[in-house]
Design a protein around this ligand. Structure first.
Ligand code: DAH
Length: 346
């Protein structure tokens, strides 16, 4: 007989111990089912089987009671085996139902670069190839950088509460501050820090207190260009803008330079791109993408650059406009809705 840890106990107590042991056994795999069966019910040396063999050694009057208890124990052990087998079978079947190999796989959710950022990156890449390096300026500007230094007269309508977000109550002795309404103050900051020759692109967010519609939003993006050196001409400006438009919209892009007015340039122009549209009665329309001009001498004076020695051109372009033209988007607000169904297309 194998070593029986309960062997020295009276037969009745051994039945009780075995019962507890059988109840506490965990049976969670086919292997454990088989091990349990052999340990308790095995034909040779099963713990319960061995108890039956002891009946003959007992006084005759104890045999019926002992036999009844061992039988009950055996039934309980068999019950536990049946339970475990049924449970394992159920698990196997339901597990098989959960994995349906014919189902299509789940698509990974991946973020993508926002269409505005894509267009901005493309613009900066092209400008870099034309010799412009990107620098940034602050979104909160002084009134001086945003307006005064750019030759806005004190009563210019652009300073009106209608267009500009003013910051509340400037600290004692400090001048009023605004959310920049354009990237042009970037010109001023660069010229305050750098001597000509200067050739920079200033990208960034700008803010306007305007009615929101399909064509205007309270915030948008611009890229400012500034080139200052001796002998810079308007002809160069035209060449650079044509090269940029061809790279961005294709070789056969149609451009139009229109005379215009800005306080900080003289002469000034606006540039339109022809947007072909079959639904339009004229087959398309001219869409304004930027303002530009030769830097006004007063702007040079405000940052101590000598207007007798240097000339320069400046450009301010709208990134949303460019992205809308490139992708045929007709509502500026879609850039700011964060609707994944829109963003997914780019
Ligand atoms: N700052 C102007 C605006 O936001 C755009 C602009 C026009 C920028 C002409 C320029 C420029 O640099 O030369 O409407």
């Amino acid at each position: 007989m194998p070593e029986d840890p309960n062997g020295s106990l009276p037969a009745g107590d051994r039945i009780q111990k075995l019962k507890e042991q059988i109840e506490s056994e965990t049976i969670e795999s086919e292997e454990e089912v088989e091990a349990f069966r052999i340990q308790y019910l095995g034909r040779k040396q099963g713990a319960i089987t061995n108890l039956f063999d002891e009946i003959g050694d007992l006084p005759p009057e104890e045999r019926p009671e002992f036999g009844r208890r061992v039988n009950a124990l055996k039934s309980r052990a068999e019950e536990r085996l049946e339970e475990a087998r049924a449970r394992l079978k159920r698990e196997e079947e339901s597990g098989a139902a959960e994995i349906d190999l014919t189902l299509p796989g789940r698509r990974d959710f991946r973020g993508s670069v926002h269409p505005l950022t894509q267009t901005l990156n493309e613009i900066l890449r092209i400008l870099q190839s034309l010799g412009f390096s990107a620098v940034e300026g602050p979104e909160i500007e002084t009134d001086w950088h945003n307006f005064t230094a750019l030759n806005f007269p004190p009563d210019h309508p652009a300073r009106d509460m209608q267009d500009t977000f003013f910051l509340k109550d400037p600290p004692e002795g400090e001048e009023p501050r605004v959310l920049r309404t354009h990237t042009s103050p970037g010109q001023i900051r660069v010229m305050q820090e750098q001597e000509p020759p200067i050739r920079v692109a200033v990208p960034g967010r700008v803010y306007r207190n305007e009615a929101i519609s399909y064509k205007s939003f309270c915030l948008f993006h611009q890229v400012e260009l500034l080139y200052v050196d001796e002998g810079v001409t308007m002809a160069e400006l035209k060449q650079v803008l044509s090269a940029l438009a061809r790279a961005l919209f294709g070789e056969d892009v149609k451009l139009r330079f229109r005379p215009s007015y800005f306080p900080f340039t003289e002469p000034s122009a606006e540039v339109d791109v022809w947007g072909a549209d079959d639904d339009h009665p004229d087959g398309g329309e001219w869409l304004e993408i930027l303002g530009c001009g030769m830097v006004h001498p007063n702007v040079f004076r405000s940052v101590d650059v000598d207007p007798e020695r240097y000339t320069g051109y400046a450009v301010g372009m709208g990134v949303e406009r460019m992205a809308m033209l490139r992708h045929g988007i007709d509502d500026i607000r879609t850039f700011y809705d964060n609707d994944v169904r829109f963003l997914d297309q780019f």
